[in-house]
Ligand binder design. Structure first.
Ligand code: FAD
Length: 751
């Protein structure tokens, strides 16, 4: 069984590359000798690398004019996943670290090294893989340069040439040191059994000067970023493999008379690993695309900052996610996972060992600039939305003067204001009064609103995003007449789905609609109760799910009705929410009569009518993900100038890392939809991750507010935010139910 969680290609060339690599890897590498307890034979990295170089792996990021295969760093991000999944003993990290640095030098400075590394004639080591920068000293002249110092732990120290940054008499120098005279390498006992880790002592080692000063430092930054890309890609592969192998085992292994994959504890753990893989892939691919687009020569400060931040995200999020995946693999296996013979520990070891490289998670977090960032697209809009951005800039001051908060009245007034300018629901087709904006622009539309701190949730949001797509797909011409009134906020719609006894198990709903009369005069007579209906008190209409065939199986026999809420027999009562505010209602239906024309879609097929169109509402979840970063910027602005504790600062940075990686996942989902017309697996984990991260942001904000949070004006928003955020793991499908769905529908684990 394959879940396709390793080496997910973004292009056809990448798909071909993956096939070629998979074939070679299966021929040249098997950990069986290493996993034989009596043998424990250390792998031979050179043989594996030479074979992989045959398909051009070593030359992927090298331009054709420099003798390379003319691929890209994005290709490395895909290929690395395969190596990681196999725990292949290949020096990809050091090779990428070296090529990244060398390719950033002016052409001609190191062409021989680039050529020899990219055709795998020599294997490099780089001095920037360790936990912290080691200090090397360079003395002498350009013609007779010598380097002294100790590299405490580096990857690939047994390579043919070592690239290092040293301190020279007049500043930094980038040097290449060949193995041999003055170079003493000791292989270290490493937690990672499939990577060479060494200590290197340099004693007056002869060195070749490659660059000096700022150029040398820029080359090393680039080399570090490229090495982190390779490591991150391998760790995505580690996670994907741990997930696939755990799922296979969970399907095969039975206990208590059933496959262990049917137990919720196992399912939920693996659903979390799935979320980790998708977040990690989005993060690493983002770094790859930044490296493809930036030379990092120091000329473009914004681009350099963006790369540094992306490198930090890999260290702070991908590495811990790989540890979690390795840990889950062992746990799902149970006793067999705790044996030397099983490969699980190779992956867990590799992930754990990565924590000590490149400064680890703390360096990664430190690289996250908080507050408004220079390199984001905040304020930058696509041409299609420039007019909208100008409109918001012009209209918002007057709106805010009248409505400082985002209460219902404010959201209603804002919707009406934008509607009168023709800018509500621009993603709807022109036929229905929209502008046919694609999904990318739809998300950008939301970003324009969010970045200007305008209300992003309109009063009629449920009508616009949920009811309208269903009407467009299933509505009669007469029913489609509702659409223009949804846009203008003349009609406000709510969704009457949940009932006191039917929440997560919505298909068990019991509100009945009997059919009375015949022919033209047929009507539905509704009896029952709905609960926790958002905007239920303000709404004028309800998309109501009712049971029309009580004898049919649960998901059948349900119909969707369009019900004006002023119909006789409907009683509404407000429900006060956890915050003390309104927003919810319960609705009672007592012999409520609606005509046959209220039926939306076919009779008894209301379940698929509402659920399939809800699934089409793809942009909403991506928008929610991208809003979290803005929320954090607001928190950082709020804290500006205030004393906050070290632990609070660290918690905030954790949230920044989570929100940014989630934003990247949303971005990746968007690209997939724009390219393929359908969402990929990443889309299904966004709501799960978003609700967790949003709640954690609220918790962190409350913790930082300290005593203010308990009482007083200053803590109101932190208090309210923390309380409100409880809804995120309940509304629209609880976390537990989402994990069940992911485990069953994406991972194909049994019910
Ligand atoms: C802010 C907010 C807005 C809402 N708006 C609307 C609305 O507009 N219209 C509407 O119809 N409804 C709305 N709801 C209701 C919402 O859809 C339900 O609350 C939700 O589906 C959960 O149902 P429940 O509350 O009955 O919880 P239950 O289903 O009773 O669940 C209780 C607990 O049991 C867990 N659980 C249940 N089943 C399983 C399972 N199979 N495996 C593991 N754990 C399980 C749940 O995860 C949860 O932790 C809203 C709710 C909130 C909080």
């Amino acid at each position: 069984m394959s879940l396709n969680q390793v080496g997910v290609p973004d292009t056809e060339d990448q798909a071909a590359l993956i096939d070629a690599l998979a074939g070679i890897l299966s021929r040249v590498w098997s950990p069986s000798e290493l996993l034989d307890p009596s043998h424990r034979k250390r792998p031979d990295q050179r043989t594996v690398w030479a074979a992989l170089a045959e398909v051009g792996l070593a030359s992927l990021p090298v331009p054709e004019e420099q003798g390379g295969s003319g691929g890209s760093w994005s290709d490395v991000a895909v290929a690395g996943e395969l190596l990681g999944a196999a725990a292949a003993p290949a020096p990809l990290v050091a090779v990428c670290g070296a090529l990244g640095a060398l390719l950033s030098l002016p052409e001609g400075s190191a062409d021989d090294l680039v050529r020899d590394i990219s055709n795998a004639t020599i294997t490099p080591a780089v001095a920037w893989t360790g936990a912290r920068p080691d200090v090397l000293r360079a003395t002498g002249t350009q013609d007779d340069l010598r380097v002294d110092g100790v590299l405490t732990t580096i990857l690939g120290g047994e390579g043919d040439v070592l690239l290092a940054l040293a301190k020279g008499d007049s500043g930094a120098v980038l040097v290449a040191i060949s193995a041999g005279t003055g170079v003493d390498v000791t292989r270290l006992e490493s937690m990672d059994l499939t990577r060479e880790v060494s200590r290197v002592v340099l004693t007056s080692a002869p060195a070749r000067l490659l660059a000096t000063g700022a150029a040398a430092e820029a080359a090393v930054r680039r080399g570090r970023a490229s090495a982190v890309l390779a490591m991150g890609a391998e760790l995505v592969g580690t996670q994907g493999h741990c997930l696939e192998a755990s799922v296979s085992y969970a399907l095969e292994r039975s206990q208590f008379g059933q496959p262990i994959g049917s137990f919720q504890g196992v399912k939920h753990r693996l659903a979390d690993v799935l979320a980790g893989v998708e977040l990690s892939r989005a993060t690493v691919r983002h770094l790859g695309s930044l490296l493809d687009g930036s030379s990092m020569t120091g000329a473009d400060e914004n681009a350099d900052e963006a790369v540094a931040e992306a490198v930090g995200l890999v260290l702070a999020s991908v590495v811990p996610a790989a540890v979690t995946a390795g840990n889950a693999y062992i746990q799902v296996l149970g006793g067999i996972g705790y044996t030397w013979e099983h490969e699980a520990h190779l992956h867990y070891r590799r992930a754990c060992a990565a924590q000590g490289l490149f400064g680890g998670a703390s360096a990664g977090k430190a690289a996250q600039a908080t507050g408004p960032r220079r390199h984001t697209s905040n304020g930058v809009v696509s041409p299609a939305l420039a007019e909208f951005a100008a409109l918001v800039d012009a209209e918002l001051p007057a709106h805010r003067a009248a409505h400082p908060d985002d209460d219902y009245e404010s959201r209603l007034a804002w919707q009406q204001r934008l509607h009168s300018a023709g800018w509500i629901a621009p993603h709807w087709s022109e036929e229905f009064g929209g502008k046919s904006l694609g999904i990318v622009d739809q998300v950008e539309y939301d970003r324009v609103l969010g970045s200007r701190r305008a209300p992003v949730t309109f009063a009629g949001v449920l009508g616009i995003n949920n009811v309208a797509p269903t009407l467009m797909r299933f509505g009669t011409p007469e029913q489609k007449g509702y659409l223009s009134r949804i846009q203008s906020a003349e009609d406000i719609w709510c969704q009457g789905f949940s009932e006191p006894s039917s929440g997560s198990d919505l298909a068990s709903l019991r509100t009945r609609a009997r059919i009375e009369g015949g022919g033209e005069g047929r009507e539905f007579v509704i009896d029952g109760q709905k609960v926790w209906t958002s905007e239920g008190m303000e709404a004028t209409h309800c998309l109501l799910l009712v049971r029309t065939d009580p004898d049919a199986p649960a998901h059948k026999g349900i119909s969707a009705l369009l019900v004006p809420l002023d119909t006789p027999g409907i009683t509404r009562r407000p429900i006060t929410q956890i915050t003390g505010e309104g927003g919810f209602a319960e609705m009672f239906f007592d012999g409520v009569r609606v005509p046959w024309s209220a039926l939306l879609g076919p009779l008894n097929e209301g379940w698929s009518v509402t659920m399939t169109t809800l699934a089409f509402e793809r942009a909403g979840v991506i928008m929610m993900a991208s809003r979290l970063e803005q929320e954090l910027e607001d928190v950082a602005a709020e804290l500006e100038g205030r004393e906050i504790s070290q632990s609070a600062r660290e918690a905030l940075l954790d949230r920044v890392v989570e929100a940014r990686t989630l934003g990247l996942l949303g971005q990746r989902a968007l690209t997939t939809i724009a390219r393929k017309g359908a969402p990929g697996a990443e889309h299904s984990v966004i709501k799960l991750v978003w609700s967790r991260v949003a709640q954690q942001i609220a918790d962190t904000r409350l913790a930082i507010a300290g005593p203010l949070a308990l009482a007083g004006e200053g803590g109101v928003s932190a208090r309210t935010g923390a309380l409100q955020s409880r809804a995120m793991t309940i509304a629209g499908g609880t976390t537990e139910v989402m994990k069940n769905i992911l485990a069953q529908q994406v991972l194909r684990l049994p019910r």
